[in-house]
Design a protein around this ligand. Sequence first.
Ligand code: SAM
Length: 272
Amino acid sequence: MEFSINDNEFKLFKDFIYEKSGIFFSEINRSILENRLFEVMLKYQYKSVIDYFNTLQKDPEEVRKFLDLITTNLTKFFRNMSQFEALEKFVIPELAKRNETSRTIRIWSAGCSSGEEPYSIAAVVAYVLTLEEGWDIKIVASDISLKSLLIAKEGYYKKDRIDDIPPHLFSVAFEDLGDTIKVKDEIKKLITFDYHNLKNEFGYKDFDIIFCRNVIIYFDQEAQKEVINKFYKLLKPYGYLFLGHSESLFGMNTKFKFSKIGNAIAYLKDET
Ligand SMILES: C[S@@+](CC[C@H](N)C(=O)[O-])C[C@H]1O[C@@H](n2cnc3c(N)ncnc32)[C@H](O)[C@@H]1O
């Protein structure tokens, strides 16, 4: 069955999604939005997309479900390996010296999807600091996809994901259960999973590192800038921001300083 929406309906939904999440649907990805709306129409038997749109205006729970449906949650363990190498060899050792007195490490994985990113981060931190050394490590992992957060909290993954995990980190963070791998409980304990919308929620602060990778690529420039400025405020002095491989702050007027760490790129909050 052919399903499409008219220009007026497209504008209504596109503006609504942008206002609620920062995600920007251009004409090029209009068919993605149409496909997702088609799924909703079939599943919930709305009379028309306008009928559905009216429900969204009234029901925050439906909005959450809708946002979950339109997000792209593709991820993997140790995605962009050079950043994890930088974390292991330079960033965590440097933080261990800087935070020697407080013995705290605070990291945010913003847009964590199904958990592969925060578990990769936790594996590196636990490997470098060793959990026995009494460090207070807290990793916040947040997303607007409830489906993904549920998978993340479970901490079980298909065995084929194993290839992306360096062996010295596998033994720190995972157990091999045959068909699946399980995140060790002591690694899970380092992470708090949370529903958090980058577009309009606040409440976090004082991070040493923020990972926000392959998330703002779906935002328009204005929403990107808002989020990046928010990250700047929420980082401690000399904190690092890691973005995705195809994302950069180039051309964006921000206070972050470009920093090359090993083979990775990060952005530093250096106020000197
Ligand atoms: C492609 S995944 C990236 C996952 C992981 N960071 C990585 O690089 O592998 C993008 C994630 O960002 C989330 N996301 C999109 N808009 C968001 C928003 N406004 N607030 C929080 N998370 C959002 C999506 O739900 C999705 O899980």
